[in-house]
Design a protein around this ligand. Sequence first.
Ligand code: ATP
Ligand code: MG
Length: 154
Amino acid sequence: MTQDSPFTARFDLPDLAATAALGAKIASGLQAGDLVALAGDLGAGKTALARGILTALGLSGPMPSPTFTLVQVYEAPRLVVHHYDLYRLEDPRELAELGLDEALEQGAVLVEWPDRAGGLLPEDALIVSLTMPDAQYRRAELTGPARWASVFRG
Ligand SMILES: Nc1ncnc2c1ncn2[C@@H]1O[C@H](COP(=O)(O)OP(=O)(O)OP(=O)(O)O)[C@@H](O)[C@H]1O
Ligand SMILES: [Mg+2]
């Protein structure tokens, strides 16, 4: 029996242009129902990567961090995208009130601080773990369903 081998990849992100390029790659494979979990410490570059994805989807203008609003909604030409920041979530059950299920039905979802969701996020999420080897430098480790391998190969 063949197991659906999960996708893993690692990218060095020496500057914001590299982050934008990774965002563009993710955007190229992003479909309705997809959730991209953006994990990493304070300042690791989660919002920067979200902006890279949104920009590549054709959005421009202000893309405020949803730190205080918890969610921002964008209507890109081919996809509605909900951008969540769960840092201030007090209980994972609040996710239902924030409309996560509807957001996944409508389009794609980006989630900063996915650990705050207490395991309530879909299992087929693309997980991007950002680390900050030093103040100017970021690294991204991706894991997700095998489908993403073809997105990154192309
Ligand atoms: N690849 C990169 N190279 C250099 N600087 C970067 C890179 N990615 C992001 N930054 C910078 O790091 C800072 C923090 O980025 P960002 O706000 O995206 O982090 P965050 O993970 O969303 O933080 P928070 O936990 O507060 O939401 C910003 O000034 C951003 O421009
Ligand atoms: Mg952020």
